[in-house]
Ligand binder design. Structure first.
Ligand SMILES: Cc1cc2nc3c(=O)[nH]c(=O)nc-3n(C[C@H](O)[C@H](O)[C@H](O)COP(=O)(O)OP(=O)(O)OC[C@H]3O[C@@H](n4cnc5c(N)ncnc54)[C@H](O)[C@@H]3O)c2cc1C
Length: 381
């Protein structure tokens, strides 16, 4: 159970994180950047956060976590992301692998993986998308055959963020042939050590030239039987839980926040504006609303619910806001976005623009999210 927390606990936690980030920034540990949950890789910073107890916050103490509430975790994430701190190393493991293992993993898996995740030392990648299966994830063809004492894995995954840094990948694969009447059956989730023989990782570069994505190939990879997570054949249902963790967090609307903050500073200090400030005000109002919605999802997760529809709404509206912030910055201030600029706002604008095509794709595209929302709303009458 999460420890009881009061408004003053939350305020104290927020100011502790703020103070820590400020000091780290002053010490030059990191350079603020947009979309830091994808691009800010720093094992040292991850370990420092873990020492503070800010990774694995909701994981029980017996597995190395802090047994804190989702609200406390939310506060920490909000402070870290809005300041563009480098968290990509541990991001996936902390956000979705750890809670998934807690929910579906065996006791042995919890003991094996959770403590190292909580120390900020063990990283996971997400193995869902395939070259011919993105939105229609149930069409995946990567398969694991039951060979008695191991699974034999063949296939490939694409757009695998951070696989070149990660220790393990959680792979969604077919463990039974596709049933045309129910394509969601027969999928399973298995943990694959990325150092296993037969695994090849190839980079896919971003427009910025950064190496964040990969293609991962599995050729006759022998995966220990005990690496199956949950129940064989139940991978689809388990994966849905993972997606609720993936879609609802503040990273879904804070990717371009450093740009917004810089824009506000410029408007305050220079009054260097090209148009009226209505768009800027509208972005800030949307941010406040989204924050409330996202907090509501955190509270539903706290109640052990799976708020898929709500999470889809946060992600859809959040990515719209992220893009609106870019347009507002370009329309409001006189800026020339460039990664090489000596003006912070121009660097943040360039980072945001070059990363923005991914905002509405990752974690589910806009069209798919809106389908989920419409079905969810209809089902709830
Ligand atoms: C920054 C980033 C990080 C990512 N990280 C990972 C990761 O770590 N691991 C991982 O597994 N994947 C990752 N992905 C992949 C991501 O999940 C997929 O890009 C996404 O699911 C869409 O799949 P796709 O790219 O194959 O596009 P497609 O599914 O081919 O879609 C192309 C277009 O068609 C539309 N479309 C498709 N089907 C429908 C439909 N039924 N109705 C209406 N419109 C439809 C889509 O909305 C989209 O506009 C990442 C992607 C990005 C951009």
């Amino acid at each position: 159970m999460a420890e009881f927390n009061t408004q003053s606990d939350i305020r104290e936690l927020r100011s502790a994180v703020r103070e820590f980030i400020k000091e780290e920034k002053l010490n030059g540990t990191f350079t603020v950047r947009c979309d830091a949950s994808i691009s800010g890789f720093s094992p040292e910073f991850s370990k420092k956060l873990a020492k503070k107890g800010w990774i694995g916050m909701t994981i029980p103490k017996k597995y190395g976590g802090q047994e804190k509430s989702n609200l406390e975790r939310y506060v920490v994430l909000e402070e870290i992301l809005s300041k563009g701190a480098p968290v990509s190393a541990h991001w996936v493991a902390d956000r979705q692998t750890a809670p998934l293992l807690l929910k579906f993993g065996t006791e042995e898996q919890k003991i094996k993986y959770l403590p190292s995740i909580c120390k900020g030392e063990l990283y996971f990648a997400i193995g869902l998308s395939e070259p011919n299966s993105g939105s229609d994830l149930a069409s995946i063809s990567t398969k694991a055959e039951d060979k008695g004492d191991y699974w034999l894995l063949n296939g490939s995954k694409i757009w695998t963020t951070g696989a070149h840094h990660a220790h393990f990948i959680l792979v969604l694969c077919r463990t039974s042939p596709k049933n045309e009447k129910n394509k969601y059956e027969g999928m399973s989730q298995i943990i694959v050590d990325l150092k296993s023989p037969g695994v090849t990782i190839r980079p896919v570069h971003l427009m910025t030239g950064e190496h964040e994505f990969n293609e991962v190939f599995f050729e006759d990879v022998k995966v220990p039987k005990e690496n199956l997570v949950g129940v064989a054949g139940n991978g689809w249902q388990q994966g849905l839980t993972e997606l609720a963790f993936e879609r609802s967090g503040p990273e879904r609307f804070l990717s371009t926040y450093p740009l917004l903050e810089e824009l506000i500073e410029i408007v305050k200090s220079e009054g260097n504006v090209q148009s009226d400030l209505q768009d800027l005000g509208s972005c800030i109002a949307s941010l406040v609303t989204l924050r409330k919605m996202s907090l509501e999802v955190a509270s539903l997760l706290e109640q052990k619910k799976t708020p898929n529809t709500e999470a889809a709404m946060v992600k859809d509206l959040g990515t719209q806001l992220e893009n609106r912030i870019i347009h507002t910055a370009r329309n409001t201030a006189s800026i020339y976005p460039s990664l090489d600029s000596d003006k912070r706002i121009e660097v943040y604008a360039a980072q945001s623009i070059l990363h923005s095509p991914g905002f509405t794709l990752r974690g589910g595209t806009t069209e798919i999210l809106r389908t989920i929302i419409s079905k969810g709303v209809m089902n709830n009458g």
